[in-house]
Design a protein around this ligand. Sequence first.
Ligand code: DGT
Ligand code: MG
Ligand code: MG
Ligand code: MG
Ligand code: MG
Length: 275
Amino acid sequence: MACSRFEYVKAFERHDRLLPGCWAVIRLDGRSFTNFSKAHAFAKPNDSRALRLCNAAAEAVLRDFDQHLAFAYGESDEFSFVLKRQSALFARRESKILSTVVSLFSSAYVFYWNKFMGDVPLKGPPSFDGRVVLYPTTKHLRDYLAWRQADTHVNNLFNTAFWALVKGGKSQRESEEILKGTSSKEKNEMLFTEYGINYNDEDAMFRKGSFIVSNLPSGRWGGEVSLKRTREGEAASSECGMAGGDGDGKFVTLHVDIIGDTFWNENPDLLAPSD
Ligand code: DGT
Ligand code: MG
Ligand code: MG
Ligand code: MG
Ligand code: MG
């Protein structure tokens, strides 16, 4: 029986259940981070403190929804969280999942700000947009992740070349002109011959982005990762490092190739059908 004559308004609510059995990617992205990064003097082209702050915020989300999220991948001001195919989180209600993940990431970003940004004052409340995209097959999900990592590579190679030119005395306009239409190979050669920069020696976090996954229950990365563990306050320059939120060792952050098959073949349970 209705509690009140007003209760009929509930019928106006929209059902937005995510299709069962599909992978769902929740991607969030910083709003106007072009301005936000300038306002807080982020290092160019990559600020490892800011990237590690994003990783810590993502780790907070993973910790809260540990049983439901398979892993997360982040770069620049964005993070993608992969909801397990069989997850029944919030009865798969899209708006509830999306709004909770985005708000938790935003509040964790602020919560951990000082831990990573030291005495840089936070000048205003950052915000993040979010969307959910369904992928019916694992191939679609793999291609989605490859798309984001390819984006990381293209942007980072361009930005590394661009800021090398600017730091070498060229104006920003000249640098853009020089790089217009150049291939990856040409940018790599220019960096090496003119600036002595071997692009492959650049921080793996900048080149590959950050892949964060629970180290439990299989503990498959336990041994190697604990050896390479990034200490508090250090730049995460190793291939593997702790994301560093609460640093409880439950999660590992990897800066590895996720476009090719090797990583997935070595870790088949990440995309296991039962997940
Ligand atoms: P949006 O997402 O449409 O609200 O606009 P933006 O401005 O956030 O643009 P987006 O998301 O396409 O690009 C990310 C911006 O954030 C881009 O201008 C570079 C900046 N950014 C992200 N990470 C870093 C960093 O580590 N250092 C610096 N200097 N800038 C960064
Ligand atoms: Mg955007
Ligand atoms: Mg953005
Ligand atoms: Mg972005
Ligand atoms: Mg409530």
